[in-house]
Design a protein around this ligand. Structure first.
Ligand SMILES: NC(=O)c1ccc[n+]([C@@H]2O[C@H](COP(=O)([O-])OP(=O)(O)OC[C@H]3O[C@@H](n4cnc5c(N)ncnc54)[C@H](OP(=O)(O)O)[C@@H]3O)[C@@H](O)[C@H]2O)c1
Length: 225
């Protein structure tokens, strides 16, 4: 096991949003050997409970809350609840997100509003609620999941790209304001999860397990991007 990774993560209190599936579940599994106090958040409680059950011998502890990150009051209550339970929040893994085709010809306001509300506003609500705990404590780590799609506007993915570049700039701006907090923005390429299984053009596809290992190493190296 990489010593830097073990040193960084061991015993931390980690909030993961979008823990019911894909990258969030894989990151939880990758971190479980480090004796983590997890706060797992997503709308579907059952898969998070199954994950905690699968990892119950890992040495980590699991606090689970069903929460829709599009609702600011619910996010604030969930973050407060986990902080009260764990005593502190060392790391917030801001991962909840939705994808989909937002081409001009297939314009669907329901999908578009939901994407903006989940990927951008939900991420801002969660980050702000966690900073409310971390800034007075004088330390903490915020990890934002952007996307390679934020590097340039791709056909049919404009709204998704806009949410991800918006998140990246929001976190970059906070990093300039709050030097006591570590901000790491991760821009994954294609990872094999339900989010993109309908997309026939996935290339350089990575498994969630491999992606999670690369991500937890990058955070332990305190990379900004
Ligand atoms: N897969 C890729 O290739 C890829 C590439 C770049 C970036 N990403 C980003 O990685 C993150 C994780 O995606 P994934 O690929 O792991 O997809 P996924 O398997 O579909 O997981 C998405 C997660 O987000 C949660 N979520 C969605 N809407 C939510 C809401 N309103 N409130 C709370 N949680 C919500 C889902 O949980 P519930 O449905 O239970 O709420 C689920 O746990 C996303 O931000 C995505 O944009 C993925």
């Amino acid at each position: 096991m990489n010593q830097r990774v073990a040193q960084y993560w061991s015993g931390k209190s980690v909030l993961v949003t979008g823990a019911s599936s894909g990258i969030g579940a894989a990151v939880t599994e990758a971190l479980a050997p480090f004796g983590i106090r997890f706060g797992l958040i997503s709308r579907r409680e059952a898969p998070m409970r199954e994950l905690a059950e699968k990892l119950h011998n890992s040495g980590s502890q699991f606090w689970i809350k069903s929460c829709d990150v599009r609702n600011r009051n619910d996010v604030e209550a969930a973050v407060k609840g986990f902080h009260q339970h764990a005593g502190r929040i060392d790391v917030a893994w801001i991962n909840s997100g939705v994808g989909g085709n937002t081409s001009y010809r297939k314009w669907n306001w329901d999908l578009i509003e939901s994407m903006l509300d989940t990927n951008l506003k939900g991420a801002i609500y969660t980050t702000h609620a966690c900073l409310h705990m971390m800034v007075p404590a004088g330390s903490g780590t915020i990890i934002g999941i952007g996307s390679a799609s934020s590097m340039r506007g791709m056909p049919s993915r404009g709204i998704y790209s806009a949410t991800k570049i918006g998140l990246a700039y929001y976190l970059q701006s906070l990093a300039a304001e709050l030097p006591q907090i570590q901000f790491t923005t991760i821009h994954p390429g294609f990872v094999d999860t339900p989010l993109n299984r309908g997309n026939p053009n996935r290339f350089w596809l990575q498994t969630p397990e491999k992606a999670a290992q690369l991500m937890i190493k990058a955070v332990a190296k305190r990379k900004r991007v």
